[in-house]
Design a protein around this ligand. Structure first.
Ligand SMILES: *Cc1c(COP(=O)(O)O)cnc(C)c1O
Length: 444
């Protein structure tokens, strides 16, 4: 299609190309039951993944002592953030009547980001398959045995590889190295030095690329294909990653119940998820929509410089289009979100489930980072702030209010629960965090 035709058909492209912050409502969203009917995964798949993580819990508790307090279950707190809420209201002039919560995946054990869900899950699933096939393990065993040296020796005959902007590499690298696998992480140019250093310190083979994430994945996949002993964790296509992330919804449901927060038609749940390639936020959103149906409304949030999912959904081209095609550079300080082309699996799959998507500037993420630290004492990496403006977009823009009217929710605002998914941060070294914070306070 000619560029002028594109612009006429897709007016939002101009705003995207001009790097303006956008809020897009998805007119292809379907009732949850209908969306689920066309989806290859069900609640069974999420429960199967959850059961697998339960089987591995004794191993994780033994291998990573910091997880022993939670019995080897990797989960993060769900926190009310009233002071941040007040700051957002004051700065925007938009009243937030309902609750605003932060899902602190930044505090997930082992790797400090949302990647501790899907990434670790896929490594564990692969290890289980190999060990069971070899006759070394059965599903009814106490998996604490996996910490024994003979398992490390066994896994050292196998390889794992992954392409990453940083955090996925960190999760896969740490988990695979602990089990004894030979692991190679293909890091895109966005990956931070400290992540590469940390992995090399664990004996992980880190390959660096001067190009962006898509190339690191393609190259990693190509190299792995020629080696039958190598399992490539494919962030653009993996069902296991996706389902590992989806388990978050079962845990979230429990946390909401413990906090006595109702989720139903008149008490809707709005979730704002920072999105890179889409596996993490897509998997979490899939779980949430599967458990809460039409009472849940999920939005993706991306940097203005890397709006690959918004672009893919909006044009219906999914991974058939990338941000560079419309003249965007995919250069952002939000390294976890520096992806120019969305997941082959997730774009299509999640289109009927998702309420909308938004873009947030790097400057805005930095400011929110400093504000979150000042008001709540919570330290996050830039990517993890991308979902925070979601509540203001929903309540404070014409697009958002139009959505609430169509969903017959206008007037219930006092009963809304908003969750910003804070996807990472606790592993960031103090000096790097200080620099982030300083950037967020510049010019104030
Ligand atoms: C990876 C990542 C995301 C997004 O997950 P995708 O699966 O890439 O969409 C969000 N925030 C942080 C901090 C991440 O590392």
């Amino acid at each position: 299609m000619e560029e002028s035709e594109w612009s006429a058909k897709y007016p939002l492209l101009r705003s995207l190309r001009d790097l303006r912050e956008c809020f897009w409502i998805n007119d292809q969203k379907r009732p949850a039951a209908q969306a689920a009917g066309n989806c290859p995964f069900t609640i069974r798949d999420i429960e199967d993944a959850s059961d697998r993580l339960d089987r591995f819990a004794p191993y994780l508790a033994a291998a990573f002592p910091e997880t022993a307090v939670s019995g080897g279950i990797l989960e993060s707190p769900l926190r009310e953030i009233p002071r941040m809420k007040k700051a957002l209201e004051e700065q925007s002039g938009v009243p937030i009547d309902g609750r605003l919560l932060l899902k602190c995946d930044s505090e997930l054990p082992i790797s400090g980001s949302i990647k501790a869900r899907g990434g670790i899950y896929e490594v564990l699933k692969h290890a289980e398959e190999l060990a069971v096939e070899e006759g070394l393990l059965s599903w009814t065993d106490d998996y604490a045995r996996l910490a024994e040296p003979r398992f490390r020796e066994f896994f050292s005959r196998y390889k794992i590889a992954v392409g990453s902007t940083g955090n996925l590499g960190l999760s896969i690298g740490i988990m695979s190295a602990k089990l004894g696998f030979h692991v190679t992480v293909h890091m895109s140019a966005d990956a931070r030095q400290w992540k590469k250093d940390m992995l090399r310190g664990l004996g992980v083979h880190v390959v660096e690329y001067e190009n962006d994430y898509s190339l690191a994945v393609t190259e990693g996949r190509r190299q792995a294909q020629s080696d039958p002993s190598c399992h490539f964790i494919d962030d653009e296509n993996s069902k296991d990653l996706f389902l590992g992330y989806a388990v978050a919804a079962l845990r979230l449901k429990k946390q909401l119940e413990e906090m006595r927060i109702a989720v139903d038609r008149e008490h809707p749940l709005f979730v704002y998820l920072p999105c890179g390639v889409g596996g993490g936020p897509g998997g979490v959103a899939f779980g949430i929509k599967t458990l809460f149906g039409d009472a849940a409304h999920c939005f993706f949030a991306e940097p203005t410089h890397s709006p690959c999912m918004l672009l893919g959904l909006y044009t219906g081209r999914y991974d058939g289009v990338c941000v560079q095609d419309i003249g965007i550079d995919n250069r952002t300080a939000a390294d976890g979100l520096a992806v120019g082309r969305c997941s082959h699996l997730v774009g299509r799959l999640m289109h009927p489930f998702i309420s909308g998507a938004m873009t947030v500037s790097d400057r805005h993420m930095y400011r929110l980072l400093a504000r979150m630290a000042d008001t709540e004492g919570i330290r996050l990496e830039p990517s993890a702030l991308a979902g925070v403006p979601g509540v203001l977009n929903l309540l404070g823009t014409g697009e958002g209010r139009g959505y609430l009217v169509r969903e017959k929710l206008a007037g219930f605002q006092g009963q809304f629960t908003h969750i910003a998914w804070a996807t990472g941060g606790s592993m960031v070294p103090a000096d790097v965090m200080e620099e982030y914070y300083r950037k967020g306070t510049e010019g104030e």
